[in-house]
Every structure is written in structure tokens, then in C-alpha cells.
Design a binder for this molecule. Sequence first.
Ligand code: FES
Length: 103
Amino acid sequence: MNFVDLLASSELTEGARVVVRAEGRELAVVRVDGIAYAIDNVCPHHHGELGRGDLQGHHLYCPLHAWCFDVRDGKAFFPQGARVECFEVKEEGGRVLARRMLK
Ligand code: FES
């Protein structure tokens, strides 16, 4: 599966949360400690936009009811057992690229 171009690396500053539409879906793209991460933007609870929520460390909080997802693997810190899809991210030529992780 090919990587898809998301945005310029310069647009994703430290601590930023950016919602990006790619291949018919929305991703929440963030940068923590210099590393870019991407997870599905849609909260599995009631479809809150994760990319509009607070980012604390690697934890991204849904802005509606504060479910909290780890951007490194998409697993919920709260509540346990919930998760969103997590994407493999790389930066090349000043661009942030992502692709679905192989299962
Ligand atoms: S919609 Fe995300 S926690 Fe409720």
C-alpha cells in the first residue's frame, strides 16, 4: 500500500493538531516530540472530531466527551478497549506522508 501525501512538514508544528482529508476520509495528524502521527479523525463514541481535541503528551482527547486515544497506536487510554485506526507516518522531502498499517 502506498503512502499518501497529507501536508507540508512545516504546517505541522510541535504540538499541532491538523485535520487532513485523504483518500475519502479524515485523519487527525499531530506532532509530539518532533514525530508526526496520524489516527482516524472520527471518535468511535459519537463521532467527535479527534483532531479538534486537546493533545497532552501522546494522548489526544475527543472534544465532545473526553475519550482519550494514544496517537502512537490508536488505542484508548480511556475507556479501555476502544480504539481508532492508526496510520504509519513518514516525512520525506518536506512532506508528511501516511499509509494504513499492515495488519
Ligand atoms: S464523541 Fe468522542 S468521546 Fe463522545
